[in-house]
Design a protein. Structure first.
Length: 85
């Protein structure tokens, strides 16, 4: 599919409605990655956030290492917490 768009003064490009209807990932405020493939070719793709699994697991291990000040274990604490809401 091909469509024509115009780049405005501030570099804004409106993606034509015909393209937006076909690509359901194009929504208002969606993040995109823009790549220059050749000097006369640009590709726009949905941005995929990189997940830092090392950091996530480090934080999980760190939170598991923290000792509580009460006599209730984590599972019991969660049960009590959920019942109270």
């Amino acid at each position: 599919m091909k469509a024509v768009g115009i780049i405005r003064n501030r570099g804004q490009l409106t993606i034509p409605d015909s393209i937006r209807k076909v690509a359901d990932w194009i929504t208002p405020m969606s993040a995109v990655s823009i790549s220059i493939i050749k000097p006369d070719e640009i590709v726009i793709t949905p941005h995929q956030k990189q997940i830092d699994w090392d950091k996530i697991w480090k934080n999980i291990r760190k939170s598991r290492a923290v000792k509580g000040k009460g006599n209730v274990n984590t599972v019991e604490f969660l049960k009590q917490d959920r019942r109270s809401h």
